[in-house]
Design a protein around this ligand. Structure first.
Ligand SMILES: Cc1ncc(COP(=O)(O)O)c(C=O)c1O
Length: 407
């Protein structure tokens, strides 16, 4: 009889030893239990998905059976993206666009285009784990630059690192940083682009949250400043819905054929049905109003979370109000271990968040006293309840040793 221990032994590729489940995937499992109020993942609000528009769009595109066939990239969708990008201050042409399966695939494709095995990559000490997962397979030499919860990437730190290293590219989240919630100022952007030009180091701009801003006049995307040095990644995940897994890269036109080959080797092409459906949704012209609606709704959730934090969290906790995106970054006293806090939060209070260390890149700060809260997914009532529970736990944790002050 065959038993598990009879597995034949064979060698897996060395690369497979580098595969680590991201802390966020672990979180998805723990936080998906129905009784848990989760501020963990960066999920959009399901109640804000434009379900009717999708239903009608799918019905329309299925009128043509080629929607279910292999197919070339959708030119109408590219034309819509050209228009959409004007809202981020970017002028681009359809020839500079590659349609992809979400921003995450954009990171993987650009890493394959730009990064050699063992090459250098520059990123902030706190950054999106999905990007770190992508580059880990290249065994990169990570050049870590300081970042600040209030002001984001330290441009002087970038300049100092560029003076002594030659990274393949700098990874930057220009708006609604994940996990910090900060957005680059126009001044930071100009300085970064000037450095990119001076050191001939391209910037991979991840703009997954770029359309979800809460100020009246957002700073345009980095790509608006330079079409040679900036590779831009955009996504429909946060402005329509992530399930169709559709996004786009804007790159210098001469690199598009190479990116198309890398993309073809990876998955032949972005799903025809998804491309056509999104194009059909955009044909209806609902997107500007829909984005305005999302921004109002998410802003209300952000404000509710900030207010609940003010009321319920101990005075030792620090945060900044994000002007874009889905996240609030909390810094607790040095000695608090947010991983241990999470275990207690799930077990005792049925609330989840992501501990700060999940976002730390090699060689930077450890973030063990920090945590990331998502405010886009839960309702306002759930936000108030969940933050009250977390605040209760934190005060218990802080009071015996530190005589925490109640805010
Ligand atoms: C900074 C950042 N980049 C990329 C992604 C991936 O987005 P997509 O769903 O478009 O693949 C996410 C997902 O939350 C993200 O936070």
């Amino acid at each position: 009889m065959y038993v598990a221990t009879d597995y034949p032994s064979y060698r897996l590729a060395r690369r497979s030893q580098l595969l680590k489940r991201s802390a966020l995937q672990e979180m998805l499992v723990a936080a998906s239990r129905p009784e848990i109020l989760s501020f963990a993942l960066g999920l959009p609000a399901a109640d804000l998905f434009p379900v009717d528009a999708y239903r009608e769009a799918v019905a329309t595109v299925l009128g043509d059976p080629r929607a279910l066939q292999y197919g070339p990239p959708s030119e109408p969708l590219k034309r819509h993206i050209v228009q959409l990008m004007a809202r981020r201050g970017v002028h681009c042409r359809a020839e500079q666009i590659l349609l992809i399966n979400g921003a995450q695939q954009g990171l993987a494709l650009l890493a394959q285009l730009l990064l050699d095995d063992g090459g250098q990559v520059m990123l902030e000490e706190l950054s999106y784990p999905g990007f770190q997962q992508v580059i880990n397979l290249f065994r990169p030499a990570v050049v870590t630059v300081p970042t600040d919860p209030a002001s984001g990437i330290d441009v002087e730190g970038v300049a100092a690192c560029l003076a002594r290293s030659r990274p393949a590219f700098l990874y930057a989240i220009s708006s609604g940083h994940n996990p910090l919630g900060v957005s680059l100022t126009a001044e930071q952007q100009c300085e970064l682009v000037a450095l990119a030009r001076h050191y001939r180091t391209p910037i991979v701009e991840d703009d997954a949250y770029g359309f979800i801003y809460y100020q009246d006049r957002p700073v345009p995307a980095l790509r608006a400043l330079d079409e040679e040095m900036v590779f831009y990644i955009g996504s429909f995940s946060k402005i329509l819905a992530p399930a169709l897994r559709t996004g786009w890269i804007i790159a210098p036109e001469r690199f598009i054929p190479k990116l198309e080959i890398i993309k073809e080797a990876s998955d032949i092409g972005t799903a025809s049905l998804a491309q056509r459906t999104i194009a059909a949704v955009l044909d209806t012209g609902i997107l500007p109003d829909h984005i305005a609606h999302l921004r109002r709704q998410y802003q209300a959730r952000r404000d509710a979370m900030i207010q609940a934090l003010e009321e319920c969290f101990p005075l030792e906790a620090e945060w900044h109000t994000p002007d874009s995106g889905f996240f609030i970054w909390i810094t607790l006293p040095e000695w608090v271990h947010s991983g241990e806090l999470l275990a207690r939060a799930i077990h005792e209070e049925q609330v989840a968040f992501v501990p700060g260390h999940a976002f730390c890149s090699q060689g930077g700060i450890h973030g063990t006293n920090c945590l990331r809260l998502n405010f886009s997914h839960c309702s306002i009532a759930q936000i108030e309840e969940g933050i009250a529970r977390l605040g209760r736990l934190l005060k218990q944790q802080l009071v015996p040793t530190q005589m925490a002050t109640v805010r």
